[in-house]
Design a protein around this ligand. Structure first.
Ligand SMILES: [Zn+2]
Length: 329
C-alpha cells in the first residue's frame, strides 16, 4: 500500500480568549487552516477504513490521512467535532478513563497548566529544585544537580527548563513525590481547585457517546495515563483492562477492533502482547513519521499537528510531498 499519514492533536481552542492563553494549544484559526491543508492534499480516512486496510480488506487512497485527538479534552467536543462534521471528516478520539469518569486532573495536564500560568520558566525550575530540596530528608532523591543534568534537555518544541519541569514531574521522581510536587505547584501557580479544572478541561461520558454516534472512533488511552512500559506485566494488564471496561461503558458493549493510543507513546513487547490478546486492531505511538505500510498495525507512527502547515495555500512540507511525490493541489 501507499503511505498513511496520521496526525496527532491535543488542545484546540480559542486560545487568546481562554483562561490560560499561555497553554501550548492550536488556535481555532490554525486548526481550520490545517483542515483546509489536509483537505487539499490528503484524503481523510476513518479508523474503520484503516483497520480494514491493515487486514488487506480495503485499499486506502494514495494520500490517506487519519486525524487523532488525545486526552479527552472538552476542546474536542466544542471546537473540533463541529468542524469535522461540517467537512464530512471522521477522526479518532482517545480519552484517559480517570480524567473522564473520575474527573481527576491528570498530572501531565497539571504540569501543562502550571507552565501556562508561569511567565518565567527559569524561576519555575528553580522553585521546583527548592521544593525537592525541602523534601530531601523524607525521600531518597538524587541531587538537584544530577536531576538537572539528566532531565534539562531541549526537545523539538521546548527549551531545557520546560523539559526539566515536565520530566521531573512526569517520571524523574518517585510517583508520590512528583504528584505531591505537581499539586503544590498547581496551587501556587494556578490556584484553581482540581474539580473546576477537570470540569473545564475534559469531556464527560455523554459527550463521548455523542461523538461516537456522529461516527467518531472513541478508543483507548489508558486509565490513569501512565507510561505502560514503566509498569510490570500485571499492572499493565490492569491499566488496559480498566480502559476496556471504560470503553464498554461508553459504547454500551465490549469494544471490538479497538484502537490503543499509548499514553506518552510508551509501550514495550509486553504491552503489544497484552493488547493483541485483547483484540486491539491498531496501536498509535508518538514516533514521528508517516506509516509507510501497515504491516505493524500496533506500532503506527504519527506526525504532530506542528509538523503540518496551517493554511491551504501553504507550500506543502516534506512530510506531504514525500507521500504524494509532489503537490496534487
Ligand atoms: Zn495523552
Amino acid at each position: 500500500m501507499s503511505a498513511l499519514t496520521i496526525v496527532m492533536y491535543h488542545y484546540v481552542r480559542d486560545l487568546a480568549r481562554s483562561r490560560y492563553p499561555g497553554l501550548k494549544a492550536l488556535t481555532v484559526d490554525a486548526f481550520e487552516g490545517q483542515l483546509d491543508y489536509v483537505a487539499r492534499h490528503y484524503r481523510v480516512c476513518s479508523v474503520r477504513e484503516v483497520v480494514a486496510a491493515s487486514r488487506g480488506e480495503y485499499r486506502l487512497p494514495p494520500n490517506a490521512c487519519l486525524l487523532t485527538f488525545d486526552d479527552g479534552f472538552l476542546d474536542h467536543f466544542r471546537t473540533v467535532l463541529p468542524r469535522l462534521v461540517a467537512r464530512g471528516f471522521t477522526a479518532g478520539f482517545y480519552p484517559p478513563a480517570a480524567a473522564i469518569e473520575g474527573r481527576r486532573l491528570l498530572d501531565t495536564h497539571k504540569i501543562q497548566l502550571i507552565l501556562a500560568a508561569c511567565d518565567d520558566t527559569g524561576k519555575l525550575a528553580r522553585r521546583l529544585l527548592d521544593l525537592i530540596d525541602a523534601r530531601r530528608d523524607d525521600d531518597a532523591m538524587p541531587s538537584g544537580e544530577a536531576l538537572w543534568r539528566r532531565h534539562a534537555v531541549a526537545s523539538r518544541f521546548d527549551g531545557p527548563e520546560v523539559i526539566f519541569v515536565k520530566r521531573v514531574l512526569q517520571r524523574g521522581l518517585p510517583e508520590a513525590t512528583r504528584s505531591a510536587l505537581a499539586q503544590r505547584l498547581l496551587e501556587e501557580y494556578v490556584g484553581v481547585d482540581e474539580a473546576t479544572l477537570a470540569h473545564e478541561l475534559y469531556m464527560d461520558t455523554e459527550q463521548l457517546r455523542c461523538m461516537a454516534r456522529l461516527g467518531m472512533d472513541v478508543g483507548a488511552h489508558g486509565a490513569a495515563h501512565v507510561w505502560l512500559d514503566s509498569l510490570a506485566r500485571p499492572a499493565q494488564a490492569a491499566e488496559i483492562d480498566a480502559t476496556l471496561a471504560f470503553l464498554a461503558r461508553i459504547h454500551g458493549r465490549p469494544p471490538v477492533d479497538w484502537v490503543m493510543c499509548y499514553p506518552f507513546g510508551g509501550y514495550d513487547a509486553t504491552t503489544l502482547e497484552l493488547v493483541m490478546e485483547r483484540g486491539c486492531a491498531l496501536g498509535l505511538t508518538t514516533r514521528v513519521d508517516v506509516a509507510r505500510d501497515l504491516r505493524r498495525p500496533l506500532e503506527l507512527p504519527r506526525l504532530d499537528t506542528n509538523d503540518l502547515p496551517t493554511s491551504a495555500a501553504a507550500t506543502p512540507v516534506a512530510w506531504t510531498t514525500t507521500v504524494l511525490g509532489g503537490s496534487n493541489g
